[in-house]
Design a protein. Structure first.
Length: 165
């Protein structure tokens, strides 16, 4: 039986790693950094999550480079989802687009997206102590586990029960 996997790049405050761990508990998945995971092990996994904090309006360059280096596969032969955290969450769908497009080029069907606020102290924000200091909070993590449950339910084969009669 194939396992689930979450590749996560979370650098400054480990916001995204907290979200990845919450999802991993539901998905029974391992959470690893992309630089620790070889491409050759990809086929051992069923659902793969790709998570990152948002840096300069996009996912972490290490995660994008890892995905760009993936060997191509037939479209639909791999399933994955994308998630992120950021201090300014208004444009998260826009920030996911390049990663989702690259995953599509590499044969992935993207089965979901998730985003929540994260503590951000980048640039001048550190002078004021940052924004969203306590995020992801328990509500954010509950939303993340709910998202993971949905991913799992949508990915499970439908079971048909026969009633003896």
């Amino acid at each position: 039986m194939k396992k689930n996997l979450i590749l996560c790049k979370s650098v400054h405050h480990h916001n995204t790693w907290k979200v990845a761990e919450a999802m991993a508990r539901v998905l029974d998945a391992e959470v690893v950094s992309p630089d620790e995971f070889p491409y050759t092990s990809l086929d051992d996994h069923d659902i793969i999550g790709f998570g990152s904090g948002i840096y300069y309006g996009g996912v972490h360059p290490d995660l994008m480079e890892w995905v760009r280096g993936l060997p191509s596969a037939p479209l639909g032969s791999r399933r994955g989802f994308v998630f992120s955290t950021s201090g300014l969450p208004l444009l998260w769908r826009l920030w996911h687009r390049p990663l989702m497009a690259e995953l599509h080029r590499k044969g992935f069907t993207v089965i979901g997206e998730f985003h929540c606020r994260g503590f951000d102290s980048w640039g001048p924000l550190w002078l004021t102590g940052g924004i969203h200091r306590h995020h992801p909070d328990s509500h954010d993590l509950e939303r993340a586990t709910g998202f993971a449950r949905t991913i799992l339910e949508q990915s499970s084969p439908k079971r048909v029960f026969k009633v003896a009669g």
